[in-house]
Design a binder for this molecule. Structure first.
Ligand SMILES: NC(=O)c1ccc[n+]([C@@H]2O[C@H](COP(=O)([O-])OP(=O)(O)OC[C@H]3O[C@@H](n4cnc5c(N)ncnc54)[C@H](O)[C@@H]3O)[C@@H](O)[C@H]2O)c1
Length: 384
């Protein structure tokens, strides 16, 4: 097994790494920042960046050129010349024709519902490594965490804006002012999203109640926030009362591998204050609020029973500079290992990283995707 120092300081491999511009609707992040490009070129690798790939994240072409990356005019030239392509979102149909045998693709893939993409990756024998299935030593998902941190913090910022009268809210300032009580924020789910939302809401001076099913998690949060956070056990009775009092409700529930349970019912929403705001961050898993339905950045909100709903499925895209930096802080050490060692050795050296492998040499290597698509699954141990 390779040691940390050997993966990070010695380049046993020289690789051409391609960074295409994202083409998925409203995606404004980029797979590698100028800082990452610098580290790769310093290590002797070549980095090809598609023209304007970083622009929407506030990384202009000149910043990449200044650290030795090459700016390439057409996406086809990035994909066609790179040994490894590092992206953010799963490839969309117009990118499938770039796939070829031996290409390493490191990005979010979310293959379970995407049969056509899975077919193409298998047919072209692409080594597809998915951010969302990589595990760390604790068994958590290190490449999902940063986006939950961003969405959790953003949920309070967005909720505070929608509480303003101009945006349909009841005109409440979350922090209150001397002589006027602060707004009430109710956060459902005390994981990464919920904890980051709590930090922001408390920072604004709001009165914050956080609901979770895990008593141990509530104990931890009570300690972390030194009693400033009101913790509440999750049951229908408590949630009905907490949401009825709230100016802002934030949904951050997750049951791994399952659709989010609808724990705030339509009846509860009808008892909320007129002009209150719901931000259902868990909408990407179906939402934990019964009246929530997915929305986009171009049309982010709607009203039900006088309650404003904001249910954008890709909230981090609203703050691409922060999101790109947060994502690449987590992905870059893996990019460096892939470049220095080559994909096979890098995956062999780290069992958690190997869980990121979804397609390899025409075989489907991630069980949940194989089950979901009723396809043959090949364990990694047979291939690596
Ligand atoms: N909309 C977006 O842009 C966006 C971005 C990032 C993450 N998310 C989503 O946000 C959701 C939360 O992510 P996370 O990283 O915080 O997950 P997490 O696993 O860290 O936290 C989930 C929490 O929900 C709690 N929970 C489970 N069942 C519950 C119940 N019945 N009542 C109360 N609490 C319950 C768990 O105990 C846990 O503390 C996920 O669906 C994630 O995909 C969405």
């Amino acid at each position: 097994m390779a040691t940390q120092s050997s993966t990070e300081s010695e380049s046993e491999n020289q690789m051409i790494i391609g960074v295409p511009k994202e083409v998925k609707d409203h995606e404004s992040r980029v797979g590698i920042t100028p800082a990452g490009a610098k580290a790769l070129t310093d290590a002797g690798h070549k980095v090809l960046v598609e023209k304007d790939a970083g622009l929407l994240s506030s990384f202009p072409d000149e910043d990449y050129q200044a650290v030795g990356a090459e700016i390439v005019g057409a996406a086809a030239n990035v994909w066609g010349n790179a040994d490894m392509v590092v992206k953010v979102k799963e490839p969309v149909e117009q990118e499938y024709w770039h796939f070829r045998e031996g290409l390493v693709l490191f990005t979010y893939l979310h293959l379970a519902p995407l049969k056509a993409l899975t077919d193409k990756l298998l047919e072209k024998k692409v080594t597809g490594i998915a951010y969302e299935t990589v595990k760390d030593r604790l068994g958590t998902l290190p490449l999902l965490t940063p986006m939950s941190e961003v969405a959790g913090r953003l949920s309070v910022q967005v909720g505070a804006a929608y509480l303003e009268k101009e945006h349909g809210g009841r005109g409440v300032l979350l922090g209150g002012v001397p002589g006027v009580p602060p707004g009430n924020v109710c956060i459902i789910g005390g994981g990464i999203v919920g904890t980051n939302a709590a930090k922001m809401a408390l920072g604004l001076g709001a009165k914050v109640t956080l609901v979770d099913l895990s008593l141990n998690r509530l104990r931890e949060l009570d300690d972390i926030f030194s009693g400033r956070l009101h913790t509440l056990y999750s049951n229908a009775y408590n949630i009905e009362r907490a949401t009825a009092e709230a100016d802002l409700v934030i949904g951050g529930v997750l049951i791994p591998g399952a659709a989010a349970p609808k724990i705030v019912t339509r009846g509860m929403v009808s008892k909320m204050k007129r002009g209150a705001v719901i931000v259902d961050v868990a909408i990407d898993q179906g939402g934990c609020i019964e009246t929530a339905k997915p929305t986009t950045h171009s049309n982010p909100s709607y009203e039900v029973d006088g309650v404003v709903h904001y249910c954008v499925t890709n909230m981090p895209a609203a703050v691409p500079n922060t999101s790109t930096l947060a994502l690449t802080n987590a992905t870059f050490p893996y990019v460096m290992k892939l470049a220095n060692l080559g994909a096979q050795a890098a995956l062999q050296a780290d069992a958690g990283f190997a869980e990121g492998l979804n397609t390899f040499n025409g075989k489907l290597t991630y069980k949940a995707v194989a089950d979901n698509q009723a396809r043959e699954f090949t364990p990694l141990s047979e291939l690596l």
